[in-house]
Design a protein around this ligand. Structure first.
Ligand code: 5GP
Ligand code: ZN
Length: 115
């Protein structure tokens, strides 16, 4: 995906504040954090969103979820954290390369405000 920002980050073509990398995934700090700790975990494989995930991706997605608490702890989030995956325009997704937001520290408000 030549014009995908996160593919470019994964290939080292755009700099990022990396906090984890292995052969199949990469974690880096969000450029515009919403909390004291806010980073993203992405697969190196270009998958536009969770809506494009298939059975073949299940193991990779599982490994990403299992890695998340370890990375959160390493960033000092001993008390817990929020994971968010925005999917599609209806889910508020802005970058169309699947990513898990990992957010914590400070005051984390309720996920959805009730009126
Ligand atoms: P989405 O709304 O798609 O779930 O979230 C996209 C996130 O990517 C946003 O929180 C935004 O701040 C972050 N982001 C967008 N462009 C860049 C970038 O070039 N570098 C980094 N580190 N984060 C980015
Ligand atoms: Zn991509």
């Amino acid at each position: 995906m030549t014009d995908c920002i996160f593919c470019k980050i994964a290939h080292g073509e755009i700099p990022c504040r990396k906090l984890y990398e292995d052969g199949e995934m990469l974690a880096f700090h969000d450029i515009n954090p919403v909390a004291p700790v806010h980073f993203m975990l992405i697969p190196k494989l270009h998958l536009a969103s969770l809506a494009e995930a298939e059975d073949a991706h299940a193991a990779l997605l599982g490994r990403m979820l299992v890695l998340s608490p370890r990375l959160a702890r390493e960033q000092g989030l001993e008390n817990g954290f929020r994971t968010v995956i925005n999917t599609g325009k209806g889910g508020g997704q802005e970058v169309f390369h699947l990513h898990i937001h990992i957010i914590g520290g400070g005051n984390i408000p309720p996920m959805v405000r009730r009126s």
